[in-house]
Design a protein around this ligand. Structure first.
Ligand SMILES: C[S@@+](CC[C@H](N)C(=O)[O-])C[C@H]1O[C@@H](n2cnc3c(N)ncnc32)[C@H](O)[C@@H]1O
Length: 319
């Protein structure tokens, strides 16, 4: 009996989305300078500025002239990047007409092209002169292959449907570690999106999302517990389901295409100061005080969200 299916969020983003307040991203959390989240940071700043500072330490930012952001939400991250370097030009690709119009408003003073389309369906020519692609908290929205029977991956089993065939192609192409369970989940759209960027030889790629593999880092040991699921997990949100990401699979794809990768947690560039007060809040557990609850959730997110920064070696850069 067929149980497997492809989870998609396409129609929600095209027709249903009218606010991001149901799925507060780190970028949104840090937007207000007075937010409790900012008050515990080593450097109180917006998400875009903190990320820009970090990228300057790990990428040759002087070689980046044209960037694309896929799923840019309200456009805050790109606003910060363009303010930091007004020589940059940008392309924003988003499925949601509502969010694209918000981006147009936020970025009206800058040199930006806007495209309303599903990134997975976009013509590859759009990527031909891009130096840096940014995918911040979007790949969990891309299609996810769910309840895939493990048998699909073995030679003796001939898949007869397109979804199973595609999952098998991906496992065979990138030698992704075999699943243990009889049925498994694959971040299919996230992998296809990365294939698209790598095949277009975009020199630098930044991707972040809620991970299913993140562990408690040593600076938060004893303050936080994280269950490591291993398999992507479903997160139920207003009007759609999204899935956490198995970053190890993305690393395999990037390695196949010759990219080097740097992997880490948001904590690497959004650094909280864990003083006695913050440690107290973390030890407290569930609290009725809003400020405490916000800080607990924020610190947990800083650990749960992972990023990959991918770079092509100089000899593979487009001439
Ligand atoms: C959770 S929001 C993240 C927004 C922003 N990057 C941030 O960090 O605040 C996901 C964004 O991706 C867009 N999106 C979702 N699926 C997409 C797709 N297939 N192609 C392009 N954009 C997509 C949504 O419309 C939204 O702007």
């Amino acid at each position: 009996m067929k149980k497997h299916f492809l989870n998609t969020t396409d129609s929600y983003h095209r027709y249903g989305l009218s606010s991001l307040s149901w799925e507060v991203t780190l970028s949104v959390m840090l937007e207000n300078p007075q937010s409790p989240c900012r008050s515990i940071l080593r450097k109180s700043d917006s998400f875009g500025n903190l990320l820009f500072d970090y990228l300057c330490t790990v990428l040759p930012m002087d070689r980046i002239h044209h960037l694309v952001e896929i799923g840019g939400g309200y456009g805050h991250l790109m606003r910060d990047f363009l303010k930091r370097n007004n020589m940059l030009s940008a392309t924003m690709i988003d499925l949601s007409p509502f969010l694209l119009s918000q981006q147009q408003e936020t970025l009206q003073e800058h040199d930006v092209q806007f495209i309303q389309e599903n990134f997975l369906e976009i013509n590859d020519s759009v990527l031909s002169d891009i130096d840096l692609a940014i995918l911040n908290e979007v790949i969990g929205d891309f299609p996810t292959a769910c309840e895939i029977p493990r048998n699909t991956l073995f030679d003796y089993y001939e898949p007869v449907d397109t979804l199973l065939n595609e999952v098998r192609r991906i496992y065979n192409s990138y030698r992704i570690a075999l699943p243990v369970a009889d049925n498994f989940t694959l971040n299919l759209g996230a992998i296809q999106a990365l294939e698209k960027l790598c095949a277009a030889q975009v020199p630098y790629i930044y991707i972040s999302e809620h991970s299913c593999e993140a562990r408690v880092p040593k600076e938060l040991a004893g303050l936080l517990e994280l269950a490591v699921a291993g398999d992507p997990e479903c997160i139920r949100l207003k009007g759609h389901d999204e899935y956490t990401i198995r970053f190890t699979d993305l690393e395999r794809v990037a390695t196949f295409f010759g990219y080097s990768s740097r992997r880490g947690q948001y904590l690497d560039f959004v650094e909280p100061v864990i003083d006695q007060k913050v440690a107290f809040i973390m030890h407290l557990g569930p609290s009725r005080i809003d400020r405490y609850e916000i800080i607990q959730q924020f610190i947990e997110d800083l650990a749960k969200y992972e990023y990959l920064i991918l770079s092509l070696p100089p000899e593979k850069l487009r001439s």
